[in-house]
Ligand binder design. Structure first.
Ligand SMILES: [Zn+2]
Length: 353
């Protein structure tokens, strides 16, 4: 597989339809547009901005991705800041940064891939990241991103997200039964790790082919959280130091809170809710998490914690409908094996590959 240049120049950047970072000149940063397969309703392709920081010396190949879930905003400045701190003249190895993975979703400010045509069935890229199906517009998009951009250029990978639409601390979805994944996760200094695995996610697709990867959640969806962005940047740089791609001492962060169970609390009724807990609160079973009021302001329900645990997601909107996720609680089930069924976590329904 060689890098294929289409011959087009878009906003001053060369356009590629396939990438092999080994083909690119060493000791420089390459800014390219990747042309995805399929065309939108205008007859044009989507073009994904990618940077390849190609070190002057050989070393590991790292893939960093932002924006699979397009309206999760903190990953965009995170990967940009990481790029600004990398010097290809001294870097050992290659860092491929996908700045905006899901262009149609980003234009629409929606989490999923958004078809431009009249059939408005949005597709969750992070539940079909490596799909071999090539029927819908979203599948064509996903399979070309996976096959021709990211999967063949990675020895390690990190996929940056945020909570959607709630809040997260610095949180990792990591398959901790895989030693290399556990090692890389610990280098990021996250607050909480959920031992989990979903084959249809981008990070799960990588680990299924033996490439260590995990999903890093950087706070809330559309609020710039500078402290969490900076911690994500520093965690990534720490990881690169561990791999000896950049100089410096590896920071030994305090261990994250290890969890392996995930519980969603959903609103039973419509109208107002009031949180009685904050992000990262430690709660006991039967602690009051939320109060709910009807449309007239009368209190109608107390939501109690179903288990001892840590609050990792909080609904920010004071008004909800039935079924809205208002909080997520995680905890460590000591009776559960490290490699037990790990299809847990996340807001959406799980789809097994
Ligand atoms: Zn996401």
């Amino acid at each position: 597989m060689n890098t294929l240049y289409t011959g087009d120049i878009l906003q001053g950047k060369k356009v590629i339809s396939c990438l092999n970072t080994e083909d690119l000149e060493n000791g420089t940063t390459h800014e390219l547009y990747f042309q995805t397969e399929g065309q939108n309703i205008t007859g044009q392709h989507y073009y994904v901005p990618v940077s390849v920081v190609k070190g002057s010396q050989t070393g590991p190949r790292i893939v960093l991705t932002a924006g699979l879930h397009a309206n999760e905003m903190n990953p965009y400045p995170t990967v940009n800041d990481i790029k600004s701190k990398l010097d290809p003249k001294t870097l050992k190895g290659t860092v491929l940064i996908v700045h905006q993975y899901n262009i149609s979703g980003l234009i629409a400010n929606i989490r999923e891939f958004v078809p431009s045509g009249p059939v408005k069935v949005h597709e969750n890229i992070n539940r079909q990241a490596s799909t071999p199906e090539r029927e819908t517009a979203g599948q064509l998009y996903c399979s070309s991103m996976w096959e021709k951009l990211v999967s063949k250029n990675a020895d390690w990978a990190v996929d940056y997200h945020t909570a959607n639409p709630t809040t997260f601390p610095l949180f990792a979805y990591s398959n901790m039964s895989l030693p290399k994944v556990a090692t890389m996760t610990n280098l990021f200094g996250v607050d909480v790790v959920l031992n989990s695995h979903t084959s249809t996610t981008l990070s799960g697709s990588f680990t299924d082919m033996g490439i260590p990867a995990f999903t890093l959640e950087v706070g809330a969806r559309d609020i710039y959280e500078g402290e969490l962005v900076e911690r994500s940047v520093q965690g990534t740089l720490n990881f690169l130091r561990y791999l000896k791609m950049i100089p410096g001492d590896v920071i030994d962060f305090p261990p994250a809170i290890f969890t392996n169970e995930w519980v969603l609390i959903r609103s039973e009724f419509g109208a107002c809710v009031k949180a009685m807990v904050k992000l990262m609160d430690t709660v006991k079973k039967d602690d009051v998490l939320y109060l709910q009021y009807d449309a007239f302001g009368n209190k109608i329900k107390e939501y109690l914690s179903p288990h001892d645990g840590v609050i990792v997601q909080i609904n920010q909107c004071p008004i909800v409908e039935s079924g809205t996720m208002i909080a997520a609680l995680v905890y460590h089930n000591k009776d559960k094996a490290i490699d037990a069924d790990l299809e847990i976590g996340g807001v959406g329904p799980k789809v097994k590959s």
